[in-house]
Design a protein around this ligand. Structure first.
Ligand code: DLL
Length: 434
């Protein structure tokens, strides 16, 4: 089932014409209403009217997460604050988060795009949808909720956590469609095993999972254990949230809503635009956002874009599952973490050094994080009480600053490896494409 058939099945030439027209408008609007873009364009001597073809976009400047942070909180707004009706945020590389604002019109478009993704993944107004993403500053909960409501499904805003309650709701309310991270879906499956609940005791038919990388093995496992058809969907807060791209039931690449987000793939080192089909970093330009248009936003996600006839009939360009990142961000149970945030947290403790190493492992279906931290010479390892105090304080700080609770291990001074080039701070033992 389509949600907006006309746009989802637009012939290529018409799509390119539409993109070009929207691109001209968004460049002009950003230049005229966002001081930051006005300055950037002038610095490199370019004007919106220099766009004569889609390819010309490559001459315009990129936008990065740092640029958003430098303009915190409202410097990237193209609309007056009185027109902003929703504010979300996402993790920052250091200290401050990045702020994402929406006008009423933006929320309307957002829910339509999420509705598209949901219909691609099998949803209809007959479904009972359990949204087990966090409702809050994170865009997952509210984003998917609005899309599900728009298609007329019965939406249960379960939010994340409390798996026993999730299971009770799933059984009693006869949930047919589950929405969460793939790792949480597996965790639910494990809890079902423990409780002696089988897939025949629940009514799930479809699962829409996203917000973190997952592979085919994990998909098979989830489908088998929960008795549903699982599809992937992708998005990022800076660009809107979920609803950028999603798989249809053919499960052969994610259809990207390219009438709202113009995609490019660049080489993250040379920053040159690569031909269609190449593996590289995804760069997105918003074509219709009113509150916060973003031009050539570097997502840092490594993927591939390609055009391929799909049995579902959609003509939207396809995107592979992201295979990695061009920066050092990692994702723990759906929460984005930058090593620089750990560095920031450690600054509060005088007995620690800036040398640390993060281990990512699986504990059951969920991610587990252990951080080894080198202490300074001032901390004596025979002072057990002081050590315990330090451990507790660090764990509490991490929990409040990073939104997850890592295991913390103190190690003796000068025992962690030193690097001449870029330090390798994260060892990911979760297994590729598990
Ligand atoms: O994770 C938005 C979202 C919510 C998408 C719910 C899908 C479902 P952020 O917290 O800003 O936003 O994280 C964005 O997560 O740049 C990717 O690195 C990663 N990511 C998101 N979806 C996928 C996916 C939301 N399907 C960052 N596969 C992105 C792999 C994903 N990585």
């Amino acid at each position: 089932m389509y949600w907006q058939k006309l746009f989802e099945t637009l012939p290529l030439e018409s799509m390119k014409q539409l993109q070009f027209e929207k691109l001209c408008a968004v460049l002009k609007h950003s230049y005229e209403h966002i001081e930051y873009y006005n300055r950037c364009f002038k610095e490199i001597g370019i004007e919106p009217s220099d766009l004569h073809s889609l390819e010309d976009l490559g001459r315009f400047p990129f936008t990065t997460k740092d640029n958003l942070r430098d303009n915190y909180p409202y410097g990237m707004l193209a609309a007056p604050l009185k027109d902003i009706v929703r504010i979300h945020s996402s993790t920052g590389t250091t200290g401050k988060p990045t702020v994402v604002c929406y006008t009423g019109g933006d929320l309307n478009v957002w829910s339509d795009l999420v509705a598209r993704i949901m219909c691609m993944g099998g949803a209809s107004n007959a479904d009972i949808v359990q949204v087990a993403f966090t409702y809050g500053l994170f865009t997952g909960g509210f984003g998917l909720h609005a899309g599900a409501e728009k298609i007329g499904a019965s939406v249960i805003p379960a939010s994340s956590g409390n798996t026993a309650r999730q299971l009770m709701i799933m059984k009693d309310f006869r949930t047919t469609l589950l929405i969460c991270t793939p790792s949480y879906a597996l965790h639910i499956a494990e809890s079902m095993d423990k409780e002696g609940i089988t897939k025949d005791d629940i009514c799930l038919k479809y699962g829409l999972f996203g917000s973190e990388p997952w592979g085919e093995k994990q998909r098979e496992d989830i489908e088998k254990r929960l008795g549903l058809i699982a599809t992937d969907n992708y998005g990022l807060s800076e660009m809107m949230g979920p609803g950028i791209s999603g798989e249809c039931l053919c499960k052969s690449g994610m259809h990207l809503n390219e009438d709202h987000f113009y995609p490019e793939i660049i080489d993250p080192d040379t920053l040159k635009v690569l031909p269609e089909g190449s593996l590289g970093e995804l760069v997105l330009t918003s074509l219709t956002r009113e509150a916060m248009p973003l031009i050539r936003y570097r997502t840092r996600d490594i993927t591939r874009l390609y055009r391929e006839k799909c049995d579902c009939g959609r003509t939207l360009i396809k995107m592979d599952k992201p295979t990695g990142r061009s920066d050092d961000m990692f994702i723990v149970n759906g929460v984005n973490v930058f090593p620089s945030q750990i560095e920031d947290a450690l600054k509060f403790f005088e007995d620690t050094t800036p040398h640390f190493l993060v281990y990512l492992r699986k504990k059951g279906a969920l991610d587990e994080v252990e951080i080894a931290i080198e202490v300074s010479d001032n901390l004596f390892f025979d002072k057990m009480k002081k050590q315990k105090e330090l451990l507790d304080n660090i764990a509490a700080k991490f929990t409040s600053m990073l939104q997850f609770k890592p295991k913390v291990k103190l190690v003796e001074p000068r025992t962690l490896q030193r690097f001449e080039g870029k330090a390798r701070r994260v060892i990911d033992e979760r297994g590729k494409n598990a």
